[in-house]
Design a protein around this ligand. Structure first.
Ligand code: 26Q
Length: 840
């Protein structure tokens, strides 16, 4: 009876000899390469990587099936995380560590005469996201699986993820990210899982037998969504969840229609155009609004996911659709998937025949929405005209949602026509547009911000009216990051120091780091901590030397700002501090200040002119400073090209100083700030986003806070901010601005940086760079002071690590699970009775 199970144990084994055999088998039979070196078909490290990845995937697959079976048999409530972005990064080492297989696989690889590190670097990273929002989704998947929660990701399988950035003559150059070029060993192509997605066409209304008004969406141009599944292992390797990404495929109708007409070229052209839908990620993290393809992408993946969820719900038993909110929760990662609200309405009304009230109740109880930005210009809106053309049935439903909603509003606040105008889902001013954030709020039972300040400002500024209408709907859930990838995996030296000190429980319960606190006063531990940091800086320096030929001095302070390039994130403020230091050193070559390596990295949206100019400025300043021998012993600047998840994992462990310097009130949360704290960097930052909570946790003496508060910034602009006042009041600032504006760093093109000067002095300095400059410099000199005393620095850094437990995404996910989703852990039982039946 158990022979089948024994057989499974055999193929599932992580015995080193079995692994070696499996590796060779995979190389030969799946990759089609010769393990014996032969000419002419060379077997490359990439071939071995692909074989290794498949052997590992094999060993996750059974746990994955067991997990899915457990959810299915238990018929538990589950959560679906809908996101346009999943910024996963590389998978090999992370999954080996999560599954607990690292040592066995490493031994197998070594015994076969290869090097795990070489193979690891052969993996292309899955960069299916822009930045924080996409990486958060990836951290959440890790935490869901680690906490044994039934959570599934749904998104798009972009053929080209985030563009690859190179720096040529100091300018950003974008190249397509061909991450699928050599195949993706982690995914299963579900060639049988398809959903039909409708576009365009028209809507016909009629009365059914019962006299009810019914709608049909007809003569549509359809695209098929095909599923690709990726297993997501939690830490401990018991629960393995699923990420399902959709790829666009042409329908067979098109083939038939045009091919039969004999128009082969047209048929292929139409096929290509359908399949273009999932080609490329929009590389803009604000909004490049009104792009038709973007709306098509949003509707495509939302409709596929909802059809899939409803099908799963129906297969799951004989439930009435009214039970949907008891068994299913759906989280909207920003407004990008918010068209899910009218889409679920459409499926309930048109496909399931529900009446409006019932359908609306189900919809609101199913959805919840996370907001990630306050900037009004970044809130998604779609032209009514575009929606009418592309998804006419959905626009009608949005109109009807709006009608019901506005009627309720005027019943509650009779005569307040201005309120009605303000909260309408349709912005009637200057070309009618659908306000997606308002739609998301109205159709959800919970709306959350991503850090305390952000959630508070959300309710008092952009969504003020809605917070009054639905006071119980708005909550805060502060972001977090997964300690598996961002410490255990990326910083093995620190992870093992911590484990030696307090055991390994912190990996699944980050609050345990508190036990490190007493060690902040233990000189021996501080020395070990400093040695780890030094070793991490040395490995980074070695790697940078090898890849770029640039020398970083590991005895210098590594002062690191890595994030998307944005005016509000104020990389300019950083570079102004660098220029000021440069000026001080030139004026006084004997100036006694600790040596700094200032590291910046990040991508600019390809259409964001000012952000791209900021990159050029950083590189021109770096050239000037790095080639000036009078300062080179004290100051170095490096712009790290192509900042992505893999590079973040290399840069963060070596950071001494974490730059989190956005204008207060603009950075919703930040998550890089948490990663650096967790890795023992000290933060220099404003009272913005999660920095505020980092200060609360680590204590005000262990963080460098500067600059105006959100309230003071508000006041500054309300009173009429004049950047010239600051220009004239501070001679060093004036010198910096003049150098930038007059071509000190661009002698061959003196006006190159005028647009930056103009933004700051003639366009009102929207992000108050000048207003915060002086306070930033004061904080920077405090940083210098502390860095002179390594033990005092290390003490604070250790306290930062010890007190960073709150910023685990496990804590974040538990809050979502209990306060929004009402889902509970499903402990893997290892119940294989189903399998045994099958074996009989
Ligand atoms: C929207 C429409 C059209 C094209 C692009 C977009 C788009 C794409 C990505 C809009 C926004 C984004 C990404 C936003 C983002 O990453 N926000 C960050 O989210 C993090 C996680 O909550 C926060 O920590 C950051 O503060 C926030 O900036």
């Amino acid at each position: 009876m158990s022979s089948q199970r024994d057989f499974l144990n055999e193929v599932d084994s992580t015995d080193v000899e079995v692994l070696k055999q499996a590796l060779v088998n995979r190389l030969i039979y799946s990759i089609g390469k010769d393990p014996v070196e032969t000419f002419p078909v060379e077997t490359t490290s990439r071939d071995w990587f692909l074989a290794l990845a498949q052997v590992l995937r094999d060993r996750m697959t059974l746990r994955w099936m067991e997990t899915m079976r457990g959810y299915y048999l238990g018929n538990v409530k589950r959560v679906y995380y809908l996101s346009m972005e999943f910024l996963i990064g590389r998978t090999l080492r992370n999954s080996l560590l999560n599954m607990g297989f690292y040592d066995e696989f490493n031994q197998a690889v070594e015994e076969m005469g290869m090097d795990m590190e070489t193979l690891r670097l052969m993996e292309e990273e899955a960069g299916l996201g822009n930045g924080g929002l996409g990486r958060l989704a990836a951290c959440f998947l890790d935490s869901l699986a680690t906490m044994h929660l039934p959570g599934f990701g749904y998104g798009i399988r972009y053929e080209y993820g985030m563009f690859s950035q190179s720096i040529e003559h100091g300018y950003q150059i974008e190249r397509p990210d061909t991450w699928l070029r050599y195949g993706n060993p982690w995914e299963f192509a579900r060639t049988e899982v398809f959903h039909r997605i409708q576009f365009r066409g028209h809507v016909a209304a009629h009365r059914d037998e019962k006299g009810q008004l019914r709608h049909q969406w007809l003569d549509t141009e359809d695209v098929m969504a095909m599923a690709f599944d990726t297993p997501i292992p939690g830490f401990g390797g018991q629960t393995v969840n699923n990420l399902r990404l959709w790829a666009a495929r042409a329908t067979r109708d098109f083939d038939l229609k045009y091919f039969n007409e004999g128009n082969y070229i047209k048929a292929v052209d139409v096929k290509n155009r359908s399949e273009n839908l999932s080609k490329v990620l929009y590389p803009d993290d604000t909004t490049e609004m009104g792009r038709e393809l973007r709306l098509r992408q949003e509707y495509f993946f939302v409709s596929a996911s909802l059809q899939d969820i409803l099908k799963g719900f129906e297969v799951g038993g004989s439930h009435s659709i009214e039970k949907l909110p008891d068994e299913v929760a759906i989280q909207l990662n920003d407004t990008h998937p918010s068209i899910a609200i009218p889409e679920l309405m459409r499926l309930l009304l048109d496909m399931h025949g529900l009446e409006w009230g019932k359908a609306w109740d189900i919809t609101c109880r199913t959805f919840s929405y996370t907001n990630h930005t306050l900037q009004p210009e970044a809130l998604e809106t779609w032209p009514v005209k575009l929606m009418e053309a592309l998804v006419p049935r959905l626009l009608l439903i949005i109109y009807e949602i709006n009608q019901h909603f506005l009627r309720d509003v005027s019943n509650r606040f009779p005569g307040d026509m201005d309120l009605v105008r303000r909260v309408s889902l349709i912005d009637e001013e200057g070309g009618r547009r659908v306000r997606m954030a308002y739609l998301a709020i109205v159709g959800s039972h919970k709306v959350n911000g991503v850090a305390k300040l952000h959630s508070e400002l959300m309710q008092t500024t952009i969504f003020r009216d809605f917070a009054k209408l639905f006071p119980d709907r708005f909550i805060n859930i502060t972001n977090g990051v997964t300690p598996r990838r961002w410490l255990n995996h990326s910083n093995p030296a620190l992870a093992s120091l911590i484990t030696r000190a307090i055991g390994s429980e912190w990996k699944a319960d980050l609050s345990r780091l508190k036990q490190l606190e007493p060690l902040a006063d233990d000189p021996a531990f501080l020395r070990e901590f400093l040695a780890v940091k030094r070793a991490n800086k040395e490995s980074l320096a070695e790697l940078v030397k090898k890849r770029h030929g640039i020398e970083l001095d590991p005895t210098a302070m590594f002062d690191t700002q890595i994030k998307r390039i944005h005016e509000y994130k104020r990389q300019l403020l950083n570079i102004f501090h660098v220029i000021t230091r440069y000026n001080r050193l030139r004026a006084n070559p004997n100036l006694d200040c600790p040596k700094r390596c200032v590291i910046l990295g990040g991508k600019a949206a390809p259409g964001y002119r000012i952000a791209k100019l900021i990159i050029k400025l950083i590189n021109d300043v770096a050239d000037t400073i790095n080639s000036d021998p009078s300062v080179s012993s004290k100051l170095k600047v490096w712009f790290a090209p192509n900042y992505n998840v893999s590079l973040a994992m290399e840069l963060i462990p070596s950071a001494d100083l974490s730059e989190q310097i956005s204008m207060a009130g603009t950075e919703a949360s930040g998550t890089g700030n948490m990663k650096m704290t967790l890795n023992g960097a000290l933060t220099i930052g404003t009272l913005d986003g999660a920095n505020i909570e980092i200060r609360e946790e680590v204590g005000k003496d262990n963080i460098f806070i500067f600059g105006k508060t959100a309230e003071q910034i508000h006041e500054l602009f309300r009173r009429g901010y004049n950047p010239w006042d600051y220009y004239y009041a501070n001679a060093e600032l004036r010198q910096v601005l003049d150098m930038v504006g007059n071509g000190h760093f661009s002698k061959e093109d003196p006006l190159r940086f005028r647009p930056l000067f103009d933004e700051l002095l003639h366009n009102g300095d929207r992000y108050a760079v000048l207003a915060d400059y002086e306070s930033y410099l004061v904080a920077q000199s405090e940083v210098d002071g502390l860095f002179r005393n390594p033990e005092a620095w290390a003490r604070k850094a250790v306290l930062n690590v010890a007190r960073s437990g709150y910023f685990s995404s496990d804590r974040t996910i538990n809050e979502y699970a209990s306060r929004i989703w009402e889902v509970a852990p499903v402990l893997p039982t290892g119940d294989i009775s189903v399998l045994e039946e099958w074996a009989d």
